[in-house]
Design a protein around this ligand. Structure first.
Ligand SMILES: Nc1nc2c(ncn2[C@@H]2O[C@H](COP(=O)(O)OP(=O)(O)OP(=O)(O)O)[C@@H](O)[C@H]2O)c(=O)[nH]1
Ligand SMILES: [Mg+2]
Length: 282
């Protein structure tokens, strides 16, 4: 199955970001730390190629810590500031605030311009694919619950400027994807981590993808979560086992495989299977 999701509101959001790009000093790009390549939207580079960039790797609380630190090195080696965070940690706001100021001052020194933080606020757009935590980050920075957040893609629909203290102005934007994923696996990664609207997905297909990935890369986590003494020979056996231990039954006591697919996908997305990263830098 080929996965793709590019509704009209994303095309509109891209147009609006393009129109307002002169207004921001830097771009703060929020990635999902579990999939730092697949969650990077190539359109962003195309529409705002020339602004200093801060890469935030969010949701590190559910990503593999060793792999996350490799991703930080990877992006820094490409001349970008990369910051691993979890919005669930109390120091998140301070860390991001400092990184925004550092990005703008460092880049302005390089460009030979003088910048005095405090004279005028640093303006940054908070940009990224759906559901990476952009609005949650803005709420952390402002200390308010002003921006609507939700554990599904496509929550933010409008673009708003919001003050975070005196020094920083933030523009919240809707999550944006792009018209065609070059690699099929990108769609699977985005679907696994909940950045594609569910009505565009086949749950069995995604569950199978996650199951095979876990069997290959994190077998102990899968066995631990579902109390399996040995790894079953194939995904079908894993789902049968989940049905049995979670009592997923249909009337007449047939196994409810659909339910087991939902269980695996939801628990993977919520970090119940442990701290998992789906992509590693080459
Ligand atoms: N585990 C984990 N979940 C997070 C973190 N930050 C945000 N979330 C959750 O991710 C979900 C999406 O958060 P939002 O802030 O609405 O994401 P968004 O990027 O604004 O999403 P759109 O507006 O749909 O593009 C919510 O359920 C948040 O609670 C984090 O650091 N760790
Ligand atoms: Mg949002």
């Amino acid at each position: 199955m080929t996965i793709q999701w590019f509704p009209g509101h994303m095309a509109k959001a891209i147009k609006k970001i393009k129109e307002s790009r002169k207004q921001f000093d830097i771009v703060t790009e929020v990635l999902d730390a579990r999939i730092p390549l697949s969650s990077r939207n190539p359109v962003i580079n195309r529409i705002i190629p020339d602004k200093p960039r801060l890469i935030i790797l969010n949701k590190t609380d559910i990503a593999d810590p060793e792999i996350t630190s490799k991703w930080v090195d990877y992006y820094q080696s490409q001349g970008m500031q990369a910051l691993p965070v979890s919005t669930f940690h109390s120091y998140c706001a301070r860390k991001i605030e400092n990184a925004i100021i550092k990005t703008v001052t460092e880049k302005n020194i390089i460009a030979g311009k003088k910048i005095k933080i405090g004279n005028h606020p640093v303006k940054t757009v908070i940009i990224g694919i759906p559901n990476t935590g952009k609005s949650t980050i803005i709420n952390c920075l402002t200390g308010k619950r002003k921006e609507k957040v939700g554990n599904k893609p496509g929550v933010t629909r409008t673009q708003n400027w919001i003050f975070a203290g005196k020094n920083i102005l933030l523009l919240d934007t809707p999550g944006i994807l792009w018209p065609k994923f070059e690699k099929k696996i990108t769609g699977y990664h985005l679907a696994s981590t909940n950045s594609i609207k569910e009505e565009n997905l086949n749950m069995e297909d995604i569950a199978l993808f996650i199951c095979k990935f876990m069997m290959g890369q994190y077998p102990e986590n899968l066995m631990r979560r579902y109390a399996m003494k040995n790894m079953p020979a194939n995904p079908a056996e894993v789902f049968k086992h989940i049905c049995t231990i979670r009592q997923c039954l249909l009337p007449g006591n047939d196994l409810n495989y659909e339910r087991s697919y939902e269980i695996l996908v939801q628990e993977f997305r919520n970090g119940k299977l442990g701290r998992i990263s789906m992509e590693t830098p080459e």
